[in-house]
Design a protein around this ligand. Structure first.
Ligand code: MF3
Ligand code: CO
Ligand code: CO
Length: 251
């Protein structure tokens, strides 16, 4: 069942969405060569606490940290560590989810560390564009698969691949609600969009030809590309409005 949010819930989702976007703005100047992902994690945790919010990932199904930090070939769910020091030429996705007043706001961006190769910079730019193509396809009365269709149409010409095993999701009182949002075109998303639905759009795009991913058997969380190619991701939480979509995590 896909929940239609009430006016009051939408207010709360706007508030937590804004706070999550402010958290990414706040962390941005710290995301540079030489810092550990653990340090970024700790700054985010401190920000959450100062703002009377909760870091949703911490202890979520046993996840051990407050944010996800996914470097280079890590697709998603990278675990912050003091041993992961950001290096020149890398990219890192920082995915934050806050809970405020019982509601979740989920957003991520991919950051460039120092001098990143043109190929990888293009991947990052195009992944962000792909997310907006998906968001711009949202309209009540249309099917949810228009999101994946728009992303696929844009991304396919670059020879990249769209991750299938992980997608966007409804969000509200729960971190992950229905529906599952695919970032490729599939009939599984033949779901009518209605005003008041809230979900994330968060394409993970692999530079290589394979959309396949592998989960670390060691930590049970870290998802990497099967071919070890670099992968980028951006994420917003969006509300379906009468006109289209409102981005709740816009900075
Ligand atoms: N924030 C991620 C998402 O966009 C989910 C992270 S789950 C965690 O859905 F447990 F890894 F934190
Ligand atoms: Co999400
Ligand atoms: Co997220």
């Amino acid at each position: 069942m896909i929940k239609i949010k009430t006016k009051d819930e939408i207010k709360k989702m706007r508030r937590v969405g804004k706070l999550a976007s402010h958290l990414l703005d706040y962390i941005t100047p710290f995301v540079k060569e030489g810092v550990s992902t653990q340090y970024l994690n700790d700054l985010c945790e401190e920000f959450a606490q100062k703002n009377n919010a909760i870091s949703a990932p911490l202890n979520y199904e046993g996840f051990p940290k407050s944010i996800c930090t996914s470097i280079d070939n890590v697709v998603c769910h990278g675990i912050p560590s003091k041993d992961d020091i950001l290096k020149d030429g890398q990219i890192v996705n920082i995915d934050v989810t806050l809970i405020l007043d019982g509601y979740h706001g989920d957003t991520s961006r991919t950051f460039l560390i120092g001098n990143v190769s043109e190929d990888v910079r293009n991947l990052v730019d195009r992944t962000e564009k792909a997310m907006y193509k998906g968001i711009n396809a949202i309209k009540p009365g249309k099917y949810l698969y228009e999101v994946g269709k728009a992303i696929e149409k844009y991304i396919s010409k670059f020879g990249y691949s769209i991750v299938r095993d992980y997608g966007g999701h409804g969000i509200g009182k729960e971190f992950h609600e229905e529906p599952q949002v695919y970032h490729n075109y599939t009939r599984e998303n033949k779901i009518l969009l209605k005003e008041g639905m809230i979900f994330t759009v968060e394409p993970m795009i692999n530079m290589g030809k394979s959309y396949k991913v592998v989960t670390s058997p060691i930590d049970g969380w870290t998802v990497t590309t099967k071919d070890n190619s670099v992968s980028a991701q951006f994420e917003h939480t969006v509300l379906v409005t009468a006109k289209g979509a409102e981005i709740l995590t816009k900075s």
